[in-house]
Every structure is written in structure tokens, then in C-alpha cells.
Design a protein around this ligand. Structure first.
Ligand SMILES: [Zn+2]
Ligand SMILES: [Zn+2]
Ligand SMILES: [Zn+2]
Ligand SMILES: [Zn+2]
Length: 250
């Protein structure tokens, strides 16, 4: 999950390089590419998919011509670490590049079915977003969708400077004899301050939660297993989460 963005960024150029490879025979791969590729396959065969993921990504990051089979190995690796969207992209690319004659053609077709099955599970699951990341209750607003913050207008004091006397508390006018005439400000009763109009003196304002944008739930970094884990959550809460998820996905 940490590498999603990187993969997206250089995915296009990498896939282009794989395309070139597919058309040419007997390509001599760069030493660095071969090293990471073989390393990746070794980890893959050992079942260490996180290490395999790292090795294949290193190969991709070289921006050099890559073996076509790498896209299959990488796709299957991504499937095991539950990065289904990336996995889908790479398996699709592999099928396009290698065609029926590819070393892993049948495996690739099967893998694609498995991935689509996972997408269906995500769609049916009430506890993850459309990318399969677990949805959790927003801790900032405690699922209310609103947060209370200090009033920005009065900086939490509840008062603002009187606009009529600019805080002096008195109004100064010239009388008929051109003399200063002092009069207690009628807007603030000489206080120099008035009750803040934004918070009406409450010192705080309620606004839409900036973490969950008012939905009450937010996406976590955890990949969803599509199972209910919180035993203390009752059915009502689950129902509520589901309703919120519908709004969230719009
Ligand atoms: Zn005043
Ligand atoms: Zn205020
Ligand atoms: Zn919130
Ligand atoms: Zn789920």
C-alpha cells in the first residue's frame, strides 16, 4: 500500500519498456534488472511476497527494459499482498503482451478471475472503500461529522472590537461651538467590545469535520479483510456504517 503512488507514476513507462521487450527476441537485460528480477523470483518462490514486491519494484525503478514475465510475477505478488488494482493492471498488461503463447497465460487468466472475485468482495463489503481499505469511525468528530473549534472571528474570546467606536468606548463629535463632545458609545455601552457576531459569544463554532468531511467515517491505511472484527459493535452500528458508506462512495 505504501508504494501505490510510485507504481502508478512509473507504471506507464515501465509497461512501455515491457512492450518493447515482447517484440524483440533474445534481449540482454541490464545487470541491475536481472539482479532484481531474479531476487524477486527467489522471494516469490519462498512465499515472501513483501520482499518480492520490493525487488520487483526495484527492477521497475531502473526504467530499463524488463522481461515480459516480470509483469506476471509482479501481478501475482501484488495479489498476495492485496493490492488488487495494481495487480489487475499488471496481469492485464501481461495478457496483452504475452498473448496465448505466454509462459503464464493460463495462470494469468486464472489470476484475473481471482482479482475480479476480490473486487466483488469489496463491492459487497460494508467495511471498506472502493479500493478495499478499511473504513473506520472518525476519531476527530466521534462519527458526528461535525467538529467544534475555537471561533476564528474572536479568537475564542467571545467578543470583538466595537466597529462604531473602534474600541474606544466613546464617540467624539464636534458641537456647534467647534468643541469636542464626548458621548458613551451606544453600540457597546462604553465597553469598546461587542459580543462576537459569528459565535454569538459562545467562543466556539461548530463546523463540518475536516477529517471525514462530515461523513463520520474515514478510510484507514489498513487493507480490509471483509470481516467484522469489532465484537463490541452491535448491529445498529453496522447498519449505520453501511448507510454512511453509501454516502461516502457517491
Ligand atoms: Zn462602541
Ligand atoms: Zn466568536
Ligand atoms: Zn469526522
Ligand atoms: Zn471490506
Amino acid at each position: 500500500m505504501y508504494f501505490n503512488d510510485h507504481i502508478k507514476t512509473f507504471g506507464v513507462s515501465v509497461l512501455l519498456l515491457i512492450s518493447i521487450t515482447a517484440k524483440s527476441q533474445q534481449i540482454q537485460y541490464d545487470q541491475e534488472v536481472s539482479k532484481y528480477y531474479n531476487e524477486g523470483i527467489a522471494y516469490f518462490n519462498d512465499g515472501d511476497y513483501h520482499a518480492a514486491n520490493a525487488a520487483f519494484r526495484n527492477a521497475l525503478a531502473t526504467n530499463m527494459v524488463l522481461p515480459t514475465n516480470l509483469s506476471y510475477y509482479f501481478a501475482e505478488t501484488l495479489y498476495y499482498i492485496r493490492q488488487f488494482q495494481n495487480s489487475r493492471n499488471f496481469v492485464e498488461k501481461y495478457i496483452n503482451l504475452a498473448g496465448y503463447g505466454g509462459d503464464f497465460y493460463e495462470e494469468a487468466i486464472h489470476l484475473r478471475e481471482l482479482i475480479d472475485g476480490e473486487f466483488q468482495k469489496i463491492k459487497d463489503c460494508q467495511r471498506c472503500n472502493s479500493f478495499g481499505y478499511r473504513l473506520i469511525s472518525c476519531e476527530r468528530c466521534e462519527t458526528t461529522g461535525e467538529e467544534v473549534t475555537e471561533c476564528p472571528e474572536c479568537k475564542g474570546t467571545g467578543n470583538t472590537l466595537c466597529p462604531k467606536c473602534t474600541g474606544k468606548g466613546v464617540l467624539i463629535t464636534l458641537d456647534a461651538f467647534n468643541q469636542n463632545h464626548y458621548e458613551t458609545c451606544d453600540k457597546c455601552q462604553g465597553e469598546g467590545v461587542i459580543v462576537c457576531e459569528l459565535c454569538e459569544g459562545h467562543k466556539e463554532i461548530t463546523r463540518t469535520c475536516s477529517l471525514c468531511l462530515g461523513t463520520g467515517i474515514r478510510t484507514s491505511n489498513a487493507i480490509c479483510n471483509h470481516e467484522d472484527e469489532d465484537e463490541d459493535e452491535d448491529e445498529d452500528e453496522q447498519q449505520e456504517l453501511f448507510q454512511k458508506k453509501k454516502v461516502y462512495r457517491q
